[in-house]
Design a protein around this ligand. Sequence first.
Ligand SMILES: [Fe+2]
Length: 301
Amino acid sequence: MDTIATSATADTTVSNDDFLATVAEKSNGAALRGNYEKADEQYVVAQDWDAYTEEEHELWRKLYQRQMELLPGRACDEFIAALHKMDASGGIPKFERTSEELFAATGWRIVAVPGLIPELTFFEHLANRRFPITVWLRKPEEFNYIVEPDVFHDYFGHVPLLFNPVFADYMQLYGKGGLKAMKLGGLDYLARLYWYTVEFGLIKTDKGLRIYGAGILSSGGEVEYCLKPGTPSRHIHLEIERCLQTLYKIDSFQETYFVIDNFQQLFDGTAPDFTPYYERLKQLDALPANTLLPGEVELLP
Ligand SMILES: [Fe+2]
């Protein structure tokens, strides 16, 4: 597996203090969850697996079980197959073990992080085939909904598909694209691609539409909602530039789901230089999340 030297230079590195100050500012002074004191320059920490309580393992098992009841017939086969192999049903898993298995399969590793991390650092991890996973677990009262991603979302939702070689390559390409987008003023556009694929993507199969997006696969309600015929949400074929132009919802179910034919489509669509896309998009208004353009076909009548 290849890795790349990151294009980041010292002067673009965000200091921990700057990052936390920015987050505090953006969130009206609310502190981020997670302990950043022991994070290194790449925001990596030790998982400290022994510190998880039995109550937390029990909560994990309940979250896991709830999803397993919902996912058959809804999640894509690649996700389900990898999840079974990962064997994480018994409690919060040890990242190190999964990381070794993942490295053997696709050259990716898991790194533990305290919580949200700066965009630059996030892209650097992806570009080097490292997936950052938050160490803390939600509280029992957050069983159905959580604002910031926790270990259940990050691990359960994201890790299984990193065992798929094509999807794994797409994720690395996305990270490299993120580093480029930061210099081109393209981040807002590129973030939409992540949102509508990695977090909320659907895939066409011969058995019907299936879910591959982590934001759906790790949530209770949207798993059922996104594939239910008759809802007002759109299900349309993914065109990269169209997706980059489309706003998304962060506080409700998605109003549009972009559907891919296969993971190769994601990789191939992300391989070209996005510079011309960003230049065009800067001249255009963003599309509302519930847009259906002329010629676009609803794939879930
Ligand atoms: Fe996520």
